[in-house]
Design a protein around this ligand. Structure first.
Ligand code: NDP
Ligand code: KPL
Length: 304
């Protein structure tokens, strides 16, 4: 299977490497600085699930040099999505379907509007990865999961093929017919988790010790559930309870990638997560006062 990964960062680099190990022909579409870093330092993954070095890495900076791909995995930050649309256009025009792994929700609408509904497969991931100063991928969580599936019937063939590949790879895959619900589920969870960890600058262990702050987390989950319902998605009567429960099963020092970005002084995806929720809520006339407060607390640090 021919796969292009746009964004050879923490997420794209990790899953791209796993798919290449499993036999896929993977091309990483990268910008010049990252290309140079990989050429100089090599492509290494240091992972609790097993280290790997890619001895041959196919790197491209221009999608017009890629003849065709079955699937393009998009793993850039939400605020870089606009910057990859022209490259994506070239790949989609040569027959590729898009599998986004970004956190958030609005990118689906953006990609579907630009490339048509049939081009965009549903997907998300659960993993904790980061890049070190050499550009090596450091994977520290037990999770290395992709959840994906067709959003349109005509995507079944490429999804079946991707599933066969992912099942062979050193990662977990959940292939589901109900991917829209799973996307909302992750979006609702991550908006609460990233919002509360980043706004408080606390890891989950400290948050769950303080009932008042844990209530903030639960109320964010409740609001996100309300938002999902306004879009016709029922996350289930136990969603907020389960979200709180999850906080007690995570390691004490676990935190969101947004909070980690905050600590590193990197830009924050607040517009893709909390900001996006507020825009989606406005369209449906839903009020999200807790999400709005988190948004207002995090927004000043968006560009750091
Ligand atoms: N890291 C994690 O643990 C998790 C992250 N996520 C989500 O995954 C998404 C990606 O995050 P993550 O991998 O951490 O981010 P990273 O910053 O590590 O990687 C993003 C990569 O995208 C590249 N990029 C940006 N613009 C372009 C472009 N125009 N062309 C080619 N490459 C480009 C960047 O390259 P450059 O070096 O050139 O800037 C960077 O390498 C986010 O939405 C995040 O929320 C989800 C679950 C967990
Ligand atoms: C919660 C987690 C680590 C799960 O993948 C995540 O998506 C994030 O922090 O961005």
């Amino acid at each position: 299977m021919n796969i292009t990964v746009i964004g050879a960062g923490a997420v794209g680099g990790y899953f791209g490497a796993r798919l290449q190990e499993a036999g896929a022909k993977v091309t990483f579409l990268v910008r010049e600085k990252r290309k140079k870093q990989i050429e100089e330092n090599g492509f290494k993954v240091m992972s609790v699930k097993g280290d790997t070095i890619l001895h041959h890495v196919s790197l491209e900076s221009d999608a017009s040099n890629i003849s065709s791909s079955d699937l393009v995995i998009v793993a850039v930050k939400g605020y870089h999505l606009d910057g990859v649309l022209l490259q994506l256009e070239q790949l989609v025009s040569k027959g590729a379907k898009i599998l986004p792994l970004l956190n958030g929700m609005e990118h689906y609408e953006i990609l579907q509007q630009k490339f048509g509904r049939s081009a965009v497969v549903g997907g998300l991931c659960f993993i904790i990865t980061t890049l070190d100063e050499n550009g090596y991928i450091i994977h520290t969580s037990n999770q290395h999961d992709i959840v994906f599936g067709p959003l349109e019937k005509e995507q079944k063939e490429v999804c079946d093929k991707a599933n066969t590949l992912m099942e062979k790879a050193n990662m977990n895959v959940t292939y589901t017919e109900d991917i829209l619900k799973q996307i909302w589920n992750k979006y609702a969870f991550i908006t609460a988790y990233s919002g509360v960890t980043t706004a408080t600058r606390l890891e989950i262990g400290a948050i769950r010790e303080v009932p008042e702050t844990l209530a903030l987390y639960r109320e964010t989950a409740e609001e996100m559930q309300k938002l999902a319902a306004a879009y016709g998605i029922d996350l289930g009567s136990k969603f907020s309870e389960d979200t709180v429960e999850k906080a007690f099963h995570l390691p004490e020092n676990a935190t969101s990638s947004m909070h980690q970005d905050f600590r590193k002084g990197l830009p924050l995806e607040v517009e893709s997560l909390q900001g996006g929720a507020l825009r989606l809520a406005k369209e449906k006339g839903v009020d999200l006062p807790v999400v709005r407060t988190l948004y207002r607390l995090i927004k000043p640090y968006e560009k750091q």
